[in-house]
Design a protein around this ligand. Structure first.
Ligand code: PLP
Length: 422
């Protein structure tokens, strides 16, 4: 089935009430049939619901649906995009190990990688996502993951997923892709060989800025990549917290990366998605393909308008022919460039004037809402950086980021035109 169809049906089997909408199972726990049943569930001899920190029927539909449209075999939902990213790393790397990460990343991921992981004893080595050839020199026998964004926020770089996945394949290292901005509608990293896909569901998946959440999706081949791989002893040696369970010996139909996220990390760290938020995401996924096409179409029109203005020095959008990632975007973003773009004006003052003058765009630290958003990184998210640090991060003082919503493109262009004319 195609993605549009899976987005409406995957993962939901109607119960005796035959409800068209997926029910919200708002419950903490589930009754066991008897002592033997309870014992089997805890010993993983039988799979089933135990406690909502581990699994929930509403969340299960969201997990199966997202995994289906990403082309993966399993998904695990989490309380936020950040917890999905944290778990994707902690499932593969322990103190003394390292990961290799793109330097063009979401701000929260940068602080996780440079500060929090460091305190946990995990080193992060950065590469330029536009130069995958830098990766191999950074690999050693303690490297457990390669992490990057398919379409980066806020720098709008398009990653060569296939080239990076090939390097991971060659060295037996798991590749993790944050696909939040591209969404599974515009790009499926698994198709190009990526192993794990993570999302902040707080953005386009909800689509209306309604709830914080995240998800991890696993590629089918991950089981064979983890088994007998000396980089991943946690999957090949007995897990004492599960009476000596060896993940690599679990029946092949169970994707073991996701299994371990659920029964070890969710069990112990508890960053679980609420069933109500899973239900909101199921509503969002139903219209995701329509919305992404519209976000992309409107964003291109806005980008073309901005490019036509003399006071705009540069416009960054994957589908503009003048953009340096235009060629690569043809391969990875066939159906649209998503709703995120940035543009540069000559000074901090000029940028400030524009941001304060728009009326339809809201000044908000978010993306992926149906309502359009404007951000001035130099005065907000990147405020603490010096002039040279801003330059390294690709953020000039006159850079403005737009998250294009679902308003009429003519109204958005008129709003920007009025602001630019001031
Ligand atoms: C927002 C965002 C995150 C973090 O997600 P939360 O749901 O806010 O925790 C991670 N990656 C990208 C690309 C994002 O835009």
């Amino acid at each position: 089935m195609k993605k549009e169809t899976l987005a409406l049906h995957a993962g939901y089997k109607k119960d005796s009430h035959k409800t068209m909408a997926v029910p919200i199972y708002q419950t903490t726990a589930y009754e066991f049939r008897d002592v033997e049943h309870a014992g089997n569930l805890f010993a993983l001899k039988e799979l089933g619901n135990i406690y909502t920190r581990l699994n929930n029927p509403t969340t299960d539909v969201f997990e199966q649906r997202l995994a289906a449209i990403e082309g993966g075999v399993a998904g695990v939902a989490t309380a936020s995009g950040m917890s999905a990213i944290t778990f994707s790393i902690l499932n593969l790397v322990e103190a003394g190990g390292n990961i290799i990460a793109s330097s063009q990343l979401y701000g929260g991921t940068v602080t996780l990688f440079t500060h929090t992981l460091k305190r946990l004893g995990i080193e992060v080595r950065f590469f330029d996502v536009e130069k995958p050839e830098e990766i191999e020199n950074l690999i050693d026998n303690r490297t457990g993951a390669i992490f990057f964004e398919s379409l980066s926020n806020p720098s709008i770089a398009v990653a060569d997923i296939e080239a990076i996945a090939k390097i991971g394949e060659k060295h037996g290292i798991i590749t993790i892709v944050d696909n939040t901005v591209a969404t599974p509608i515009l790009c499926n990293p698994i198709e190009f060989g990526a192993d794990i896909v993570v999302h902040s569901a707080s953005k386009y998946i909800t689509g209306q800025g309604l709830a914080i959440g995240g998800i991890l999706v696993e590629r089918e081949e991950v089981n064979s990549k983890l088994k007998t791989n000396i980089r991943y002893p946690q999957f090949n040696l007995p897990d004492e917290s599960y009476h000596g369970l060896v993940y690599a010996d679990v029946v092949d139909e169970l994707p073991i990366f996701s299994l371990r996220v659920r029964i070890a990390l969710l069990r112990d760290m508890g960053a679980t998605l609420s069933p109500f938020n899973s239900w909101l995401y199921i509503q969002g996924v139903e219209t995701l393909s329509l919305r992404m096409k519209q976000h992309s179409e409107t964003a291109l029109k806005v980008a073309q308008f901005l490019e036509s203005r003399d006071e705009v020095l540069k416009v960054n959008y994957p589908k503009l022919e003048s953009f340096n990632n235009f060629e690569i975007s043809k391969k990875y973003l066939k159906d649209g460039g998503s709703g995120l773009l940035s543009f540069e004006v000559s000074s901090f003052e000029k940028a400030k004037k524009i941001v304060d003058a728009v009326s339809i765009f809201s000044l908000v630290a978010n993306i992926g809402d149906s309502k359009s958003i404007i951000t001035h990184p130099a005065s907000t998210t990147h405020q603490q950086l010096s002039k040279s640090e801003l330059e390294n991060a690709g953020v000039s003082e006159g850079l403005i980021r737009l998250s294009i919503g679902l308003e009429n493109s003519e109204d958005l262009i008129e709003d920007l035109k009025t602001a630019l004319d001031i």
